[in-house]
Design a protein around this ligand. Structure first.
Ligand code: FAQ
Length: 312
């Protein structure tokens, strides 16, 4: 049975009124949001690493600047999201510590390596592409601060998606035979991991039902995955590439593409920390925090000094 507070809360949700930090909310709603938003923030931050791998090897100065700008955007997204999470009473340092101890999840996709320059195109096109499909819907999520963070994030992600696709188009149109093969190779490796970003099938997704009722999630994992496939396959064909999925084909009757089954064993292995790069990613983040400690200390000392001067 719902308490009167809970009923009033659900009525607000049903009426599409946003829930704000100081409003009453069920403990489960708060916990679910802290879980999802912290995982989302960690994903943005760890998500910088596969692309960071190519900053020193970008083929031209222009490409390097674009890549650096994109990576900085991801850092910014992480910061908005940690702030949104803090409005729920969660502690940023504690949540980051859980990440470093391997106790917190972040998107499975960032545990795969980026092996050639075409991966920078494929990450922008497929990974940011999948992220947008998920996040456009999250602009309508019921929690105000999360929903507002998504609006700006989506604008930046669409720029990322286009710059990624442009890298691939240039390689396919003007590249050598070897460069064209690099594009196909990047797609072969990242295609299935991109589809895994949407999470398990709806009937295997323990959080979906309650999150949909609370309108934290507005569309299900399988619905979003299908939307992504439907919008991406024509772009794949325009590139002149193929997907590593023999079952991928247009279905006249449903008006959607049919596609093959994801390797769920691989998905759960990556979630457990056993993907190709999990350990490397966490170690890199820990090292970054340790090596940046002096910068944070200096900033705090400087702020203190300025405050004392202002008071004097
Ligand atoms: N990876 O019951 P559900 C980006 C976990 S985009 C890892 O269905 P839920 C941009 C799930 O957390 C990527 N874990 O869960 C960028 C749950 O675990 P828990 C970030 C996954 O929450 C681009 C368990 O499996 N985007 O960063 C994954 O209802 C390029 C059961 O699953 C977001 O985080 C996965 N793929 O639905 C940055 C979007 N899938 O906590 C740099 C916001 C599922 O119970 C470069 N998040 N799990 O132990 C969401 O929309 C949802 O959390 C889902 C999962 C849809 C990801």
């Amino acid at each position: 049975e719902m308490s009167p507070e809970e009923r009033a809360f659900q009525e607000k949700i049903d009426a599409e009124t946003k829930i704000e930090p100081k409003n009453w909310m069920p403990e489960g709603y708060r916990k679910t949001l802290v879980r999802q938003i912290s995982q989302h923030a960690h994903s943005e931050v760890v998500g910088m690493l596969p692309e960071g791998n190519w900053v020193t090897r970008a083929p031209t100065l222009k490409r390097k600047l674009q890549l650096m700008a994109k990576i900085q955007d991801e850092a910014g997204h992480g910061l908005y999201l940690y702030s949104a999470m803090e409005t729920l009473g969660a502690d940023r340092d504690e949540e980051i510590e859980k990440l470093h101890q391997g106790k917190a999840k972040y998107s499975s996709i960032f545990n795969y390596p980026t092996l050639n320059w075409a991966d920078m195109g494929a990450v922008g096109w497929l990974v940011d592409g999948a992220a947008i499909v998920n996040q456009v819907v999250l602009q309508r999520t019921s929690y105000g601060p999360y929903s507002r963070a998504m609006i700006r994030i989506c604008k930046e992600e669409s720029f990322h998606q286009r710059q990624g696709y442009q890298i691939l188009l240039d390689m396919m149109r003007e590249g050598t035979e070897e460069q064209k093969q690099m594009v196909q190779d990047a797609i072969n490796r990242l295609w299935w991991p991109a589809l895994m970003m949407f999470g398990p099938h709806d009937d295997e997704s323990p959080n979906s039902q309650q999150s949909m009722a609370w309108k934290i999630k507005r569309k299900s994992n399988d619905e979003l995955r299908q939307m992504f496939i439907d919008q991406t396959v024509p772009q794949l064909e325009y590139l002149g590439c193929t997907a590593p999925d023999p079952d991928l084909k247009w279905n006249e009757e449903t008006g959607h593409y049919d596609f093959g089954e994801i390797n769920w064993q691989e998905f759960y292995d990556v979630l457990k920390g056993n993907g190709p790069c999990n350990r490397e990613r966490i170690n890199t983040r820990k090292k970054a925090i340790e090596e940046g400690a002096w910068v944070r200390e200096a900033a705090v000392a400087y702020a203190k000094k300025q405050k004392q001067r202002a008071a004097a």
